[in-house]
Design a protein around this ligand. Structure first.
Ligand code: HEC
Ligand code: HEC
Length: 249
């Protein structure tokens, strides 16, 4: 072989270039990349990850079947709307088990992350058709409730599953014998806010467990009836919930 020096130089350059393209640009094994290995908390901007890490423990995987109210419920989302979702996620529910998540309120999430959560829930779990159902109650109560009228409404709309006085019973729901716990238990009432009771009555429990406010299509509950039932339940709260003694010893 009789290669001229310029040829040799050219081959040299090509081989080096090929070598660099294979080995030159990738990270050297064992040396850390430019950014942190694990994203900083505020850099997590995916709805699914944010929901799973912050909310699913109480509100359930995929927004259902948790100890706290189902968020993946189109009826609920239609009533609460994105603004109040964002607001409650930011500030929590004072005195109850729902923590505040916004950094401005002592939580761990940025406003951007809270917007992603609220928007993601609406995007993934709401049904736009429900947003305009006529007669839909407002999320928050707008008129005072009346406990006496509430008791009557409770008999009509709730007693068949919850017992005449809310004490619980074994009810037949969708053909299945179902044990329903007390909703007038003093410890339960101490744990939930009036708004939580209202939200349950409006939105029901998805999966055929408890109907929403349109309970009976021929006769949906009115906003006033919902407010009255909450007033009746709220009137059963006691000053010393969970106290074994009738009076302080
Ligand atoms: C430690 C348990 C817990 C965690 C974690 C939690 N929640 Fe809650 N959440 C609750 C409870 C309990 C309530 C009902 C509080 C009350 O009595 O009003 C609630 C209420 C809510 C409500 C209002 C419900 C209503 O009654 O209308 C929204 C909205 C909500 N949570 C969203 C979220 C989101 C979004 C996350 C995650 C960023 C989250 N929650 C994380 C326990 C939790
Ligand atoms: C068709 C049966 C049915 C009817 C009607 C019904 N519920 Fe329920 N409700 C249930 C079941 C089942 C549960 C789940 C309770 C359980 O697991 O113990 C439930 C749960 C609840 C809860 C507790 C949710 C929680 O997890 O904290 C409240 C509050 C409640 N119902 C209020 C009412 C009120 C008020 C009415 C009437 C406006 C009503 N329900 C009508 C079946 C019903």
């Amino acid at each position: 072989m009789n290669l001229r020096p310029t040829r040799l130089a050219l081959i040299n350059v090509l081989v080096t270039a090929a070598g660099l393209s294979v080995f030159g640009c990738g990270p050297i094994p064992g040396r850390p990349g430019p950014g942190p290995q694990v994203a900083r908390p505020e850099q997590v901007l995916e709805f699914a990850v944010l929901y799973q890490t912050n909310c699913s423990a109480c509100h359930g995987d995929n927004g259902k079947n948790g100890a706290a109210i189902a968020l993946a419920n189109p009826v609920y989302l239609a009533v609460i709307g994105e603004g109040d979702l964002r607001e409650i996620t930011s500030k929590g529910v004072g005195g109850k088990l729902m923590p505040a998540f916004a950094r401005s309120a002592g939580g761990t999430l940025t406003d951007q992350q809270i917007s992603i959560l609220a928007h993601g829930m609406m995007l993934q779990w709401s049904k736009p058709a429900l947003l305009s159902t006529p007669g839909t109650p407002t999320y928050r109560a707008s008129v005072p409730g009346d406990a006496e009228r509430g008791e009557q409404a409770f008999r009509v709309f709730c007693a068949s599953c919850h017992g005449a006085h809310g004490e619980g019973m074994t009810a037949t729901i969708n053909g299945k014998r179902t044990k329903v716990g007390s909703i007038v238990d003093e410890s339960y009432l101490a744990l939930v806010s009036d708004q939580a009771l209202r939200s349950f009555i409006i939105a029901g429990v998805p999966g055929g467990v408890m109907p929403d406010w349109r309970a009976d299509a021929a006769l949906p509950m009115t906003d006033q009836q919902i407010t009255d039932v909450v007033a009746w339940l709220a009137a059963k709260r006691t000053a010393d919930p969970g106290q074994p003694y009738a009076v302080h010893p």
